[in-house]
Design a protein around this ligand. Structure first.
Ligand code: ADP
Ligand code: MG
Length: 699
């Protein structure tokens, strides 16, 4: 990039956002649309036609020829089907046409999307409905219309619908709650998210030689290189030119799409990086994160690179997560996780904090499974990612404040003492948070950072569950406190409530080292659930309390939750099945032949040397060792194939996933160990796939 570019000139140039809407729509139409966006009022067809026409004109100016309803099915990727704007005229010519109906509703054939048995294939119709709370945008010649995806009979088939519903639920619960604290003007509370996205970049040429990366996104074989991340020389290191060029290009693309890409840096592992945008509403943030991942992959290709979004592309170095920074904002601009300056604000904040403490403790299983996938299993609980045990980090200061509440004692800072007795509200200095990178759910001053989420995950799921949990707790608190609203006893009642909550749920707070073995023991003593893998936590999706929670707020019906559980477990099994079959294929067609070739070479050398009257001790030993390893490798391959077949014969979903976890995955690990041992002995030139050093140190 040589010429100087002025970012504000092109920022969001491809987005049909509020600014464009205001400029392009007649005032009355704009106002009606705003009521739909902000208050969920249905859009009448005449208005929809107006809006559609304006969007079409704008999109045509941006070079669009097609439009697509863009949605987020349960597959985990986004989906799109493009229709052109063209319509025939009587004289055999064409005009560009786009109706309100086409904007608002689409009817894709839904039969090939997972539904967890909700939709029989015979009635395969599903429909997509425009979500006007997100923004339309133009990309690669098409107008993208963000939509939700439901079955013809109304069951949800996507990730966005529960998120939107949870945002509504949370808004109502939070507005009612805020009235208790004298917030009379707030009419809406939105949840906000900033998703820090980690990723790896490797050279495309290397990638193309690795069938495992191509088919599964992660390396299934590969000996650890002599140098990993132990020198800590990659985190925040200066950007190598190729990476810098990629990041500059990525930023520009994201900015054009209205995504506030803000922070970029090298991450802990070699070849690992991060992009963090400025936070926005969880709805828009989810769409933008999906879009960002896609753009990251596409831009990489232009630079001869491949962007890996898998949670654990390389064994032995850090995996990738997506830190889900979450908070709540009122329509009058308060961040509800900002402790505030006045005692009343402090009290409101502490009450919300306690609602979160109670919620995260009671629904730790939901939080855990919101980040569960075959890929993320390799990361959670490894010694560089958050443990699979849910706990909360609050920092010393806040912890001391809460202790004082719990024990009716005096809270002291270095300079001041605060009475938290009967008639004094707790008050504490702002900006007192410290950092703890090992906690899965950490308070970071004005938001919580949920670090369990995997790098390839759609963030709708963790956010809709979190929103549901917080809606429930705020509602419970409100019901308890409402009778005391405005009375003298209010503060005392709040304090009594907080004391109770802290007494019952203090166990979820942990400020120590979450990566340590000691914490695993301690968490067990505290009775906190520890679900190491997807198969351990997923059954809890349908625990009665969880079904009730999601049904109560109209977010998902029990059938919809059951369907989701089924889809997730099936995806888990399929992922491992594909990985296992990829391993078998690579072993048989690449790695074993290469090993045997080399053994043969060694043997020829032995014969030749012996003929020449020389000994061949090195060759003999190497050939012997490799030959034994090849036998073991072959046996493991046969065994893995038998196990995969056995797994495929299991027809119940949970037992099948369990078998894939206990048997297939375990055998895959054994097989890999053997192969990695062979790789360490084989000459580089004879090993048919690029090794770890080549891949992670080559960009
Ligand atoms: P860190 O390195 O401390 O994790 P980053 O700057 O990489 O910080 O990322 C922090 C993320 O948190 C950013 O995406 C930021 O926009 C987001 N964030 C900040 N405030 C809020 C908030 N109130 N709600 C949601 N996300 C927030
Ligand atoms: Mg960061």
């Amino acid at each position: 990039m040589s010429e100087h570019k002025h970012i504000p000139d092109f920022f969001a140039e491809n987005v049909f956002n509020d600014e464009v809407m205001k400029a392009r729509l007649p005032k009355s139409v704009y106002k009606k649309l705003l009521r739909t966006i902000e208050d969920g009022e249905p859009l009448d067809m005449t208005t929809a036609d107006f809006v559609a026409n304006a969007i079409k004109d704008w999109a045509l100016e941006k070079g669009a020829t097609h439009y697509t309803h863009w949605f987020q099915p349960l597959t985990g990727s986004t989906a799109e089907k493009h229709d052109s704007f063209i319509a025939p005229t009587k004289n055999g010519m064409a005009i560009m046409e786009f109706s309100g109906k086409a904007l608002v509703k689409g009817e894709p054939d839904a039969s090939s999307f997972p539904s967890g048995g909700l939709r029989q294939t015979s009635s395969a119709r599903g429909y997509t409905a425009w979500d006007p709370t997100s923004h339309c945008f133009v990309k690669e010649g098409s107008l993208y219309i963000p939509t939700v995806f439901v079955s013809y009979t109304g069951e949800i088939l996507d990730k966005k619908t529960p998120l939107l519903r949870s945002m509504e639920a949370l808004s109502s619960a939070a507005v009612r709650f805020l009235r208790l604290f004298g917030n009379e003007d707030v009419t809406r509370v939105t949840t906000t998210v900033g998703a820090e996205q980690e990723y790896f970049l490797i050279d495309k040429e290397m990638y193309d030689k690795r069938e495992d990366l191509i088919l599964t996104g992660r390396t299934l074989f590969g000996a650890k290189p002599p140098k990993g991340q132990e020198l800590d020389d990659q985190y925040f290191a200066n950007l190598r030119p190729r990476i810098a060029a990629y990041m500059a290009d990525l930023d520009e693309e994201l900015w054009r799409l209205g995504i506030y890409s803000k922070t970029k840096h090298n991450e802990v592992a070699p070849a690992q990086h991060e992009m963090a945008p400025i936070f926005t509403t969880t709805n828009l943030g989810t769409d933008q994160n999906e879009l960002a991942m896609e753009v990251m992959e596409k831009v990489a290709l232009r630079h001869g690179l491949v962007c890996l979004l898998h949670e654990k592309p390389f064994e032995g170095v850090n995996g990738s997560g997506k830190h889900n920074n979450w908070s709540m904002a009122t329509n009058d601009g308060q961040n509800l996780l900002d402790p505030g300056d006045t005692p009343m604000e402090n009290l409101q904040f502490l009450t919300i904090l306690c609602a979160l403490i109670k919620g995260v403790d009671e629904y730790a299983d939901l939080m855990r499974l919101s980040a569960a996938s075959a890929g993320n299993d390799h990361r959670l609980g490894a010694d560089e990612a958050p443990p699979a045990i849910i706990s909360m980090f609050l920092g010393e200061e806040l912890d001391a404040v809460l202790k004082a509440i719990e024990e009716d004692s005096v809270y002291r800072t270095q300079t001041q003492a605060f009475e938290i007795g009967v008639n004094a509200l707790p008050s504490f200095p702002k900006d007192s948070t410290d950092r703890n990178r090992t906690s899965p759910f950490a308070f970071t001053g004005n938001r919580f950072e949920f670090r369990m989420v995997g790098s390839s995950d759609n963030i709708a799921c963790p956010n809709f569950l979190l929103n549901a949990i917080v809606s429930e707790e705020l509602t419970q608190f409100t019901e308890r406190l409402e009778p005391f609203k405005g009375s003298e006893g209010f503060e005392n009642e709040v304090k009594a409530l907080l004391k109770e909550v802290l007494k019952d749920h203090r166990r979820i707070i942990f400020n120590g080292d979450g990566y340590s073995e000691a914490w695993v023991q301690e968490a067990a003593r505290r009775g906190l659930p520890n679900y190491p893998s997807t198969v351990d936590c997923m059954p809890h999706y349908t625990d009665e309390k969880n079904l009730q929670l999601l049904q109560k707020f109209g977010i998902c019906s029990p059938e919809e939750i059951r369907a989701r559980q089924e889809v997730l477990l099936e995806k888990y099994s399929k992922t491992i099945r594909i990985e296992a079959r990829t391993m078998i294929e690579m072993a048989r067609r690449l790695l074993l032949p290469a090993t045997l070739d080399y053994v043969q070479k060694l043997c020829s050398s032995i014969v030749l040397k012996n003929q020449a009257g020389l000994t061949a001790r090195t060759e003999e030993r190497m050939a012997g060792k490799l030959s034994d390893l090849a036998d073991a490798f072959y046996d493991a391959t046969q065994n893995l194939e038998l196990l995969v077949n056995e797994a495929c014969d299991i027809h119940e979903i949970q037992p099948q996933a369990q078998f894939f976890h206990d048997k297939v995955l375990a055998e895959m690990e054994r097989m890999r160990t053997t192969s990695d041992t062979i790789e360490r002995i084989m000459p580089c030139a004879q090993w048919p796939i690029p090794n770890y050093s080549a891949m992670i140190y080559n960009v």
